[in-house]
Design a protein around this ligand. Sequence first.
Ligand code: NI
Length: 175
Amino acid sequence: MGHPALGRRAAEITDVNDPELRRLVEDMVETMIDANGAGLAAPQVHEAIRLVIFQAPAHRSDPGLSEAEAFDHTAPLTVLVNPVIEVLSPEREGGWEGCLSVPGLRGWVERPAHIRYRGLGLDGKPIERVAKGFHARVVQHECDHLDGILYPQRMNDLTKLIFESETKHWLEPSA
Ligand code: NI
């Protein structure tokens, strides 16, 4: 937090077949898994381009969901180039978020609960999905990085910006 790459709008990717992109994505996946994170955006590794990776595994979603409901709540490891988000309903949902660029902290962030996103995969094919729950949250969090926004800027109650070590006093963090 504070690095100039995290505070500005990242550029559109014009050549999805650039082999450098593949190398970058491999590094990003490794970094995300090492840090036990759910997502990472290229500006976090100081590449100011519109590329995010994320995953929304089933164990992160609400255990009370039916199989049909759970579909929108989960996503495999996904690489998304030039993503665009459309908010599908006015409903908002709060959840705890963390960020590799804001280490040691957690914050309670309210975001639209139901979105559609579009973008390109690394194979150049279009990806379009509807997302809810943790899936919607992680995509919005990562895409915010492409516009220079970190999650504390989305918070409306800074008393809920806390140290990771104090999460035991709150509900278990969900993001
Ligand atoms: Ni982040």
